[in-house]
Each structure stands twice: as structure tokens, then as C-alpha cells.
Design a protein around this ligand. Structure first.
Ligand SMILES: [Zn+2]
Length: 118
């Protein structure tokens, strides 16, 4: 497995995603971006984002992005609630469902190779 890189206190989630959407993290390809510092990001959240890495590899970044925001928009139009619309995205349901699992050795190695220390 190729390395998974992590950026803490990154301007993108900090200045754009958090104020606009209330999101503290985003995954793009094999890089995880967090608004918070390393001490304030739980291993559960890292595992959650790693599941998004797998989803993006399954579908490709473009198809993942289109489906993700398509589902969010559809959910929001039905629910009129940002948080519920976000949680109902199929990719989020999968990630929340699996985020407490034991991480595979290959995933742990990929994070280590990306420079993350447990
Ligand atoms: Zn997520």
C-alpha cells in the first residue's frame, strides 16, 4: 500500500471547510487534511478518513466527489438539515460504521510511511 500522508492544522479545512460547512477534516486522494493539531485529532477520526481513502480508490476521485456532493445535495433538499444530510451520505454511513474497527496492518504501515507516528 502506498503511503497515506497527513497534514494537521492545514489552512484548507481551517479557513474554508470549518467556517463554511462545519467540517474539520477532508481527504483528497491519499492525503488527509485536518483543521486541528495532531494532539486534537483522534485515531478514530484518522481511521474514519482512511476509509474515505479506500472509497476514493474504489471509485476514482472525480466519481467519488460527484457522488458525494450529489448525495449531499439530494439529502439536503429532502431534509433541510446540514448535519443529517451529511450523515446520510452513503460514504459517511460506511465510514462511521467502520471507524471503530481495528486498522489493518497495511493501513497502519501506509500511515507510518506517510510520516504519522502512533
Ligand atoms: Zn467522513
Amino acid at each position: 500500500m502506498k503511503p497515506i500522508h497527513i497534514r494537521f492544522e492545514h489552512w484548507y479545512p481551517k479557513r474554508i471547510l470549518l467556517p463554511l460547512f462545519g467540517l474539520t477534516a477532508i481527504t483528497l486522494g491519499r492525503t488527509l487534511y485536518f483543521a486541528r493539531s495532531k494532539q486534537n485529532v483522534s485515531i478514530t477520526l484518522i481511521k474514519h478518513e482512511v476509509i474515505h481513502v479506500h472509497q476514493m480508490e474504489r471509485l476514482g476521485l472525480i466519481r467519488f466527489g460527484l457522488r458525494y456532493f450529489g448525495e449531499y445535495t439530494w439529502n439536503f433538499l429532502r431534509m433541510w438539515d446540514r448535519n443529517r444530510a451529511y450523515l446520510a451520505i452513503s460514504f459517511e454511513a460506511e465510514a462511521y460504521g467502520k471507524q471503530n474497527r481495528v486498522m489493518g496492518q497495511d493501513e497502519a504501515d501506509a500511515l507510518r510511511e506517510g510520516g504519522y507516528e502512533f
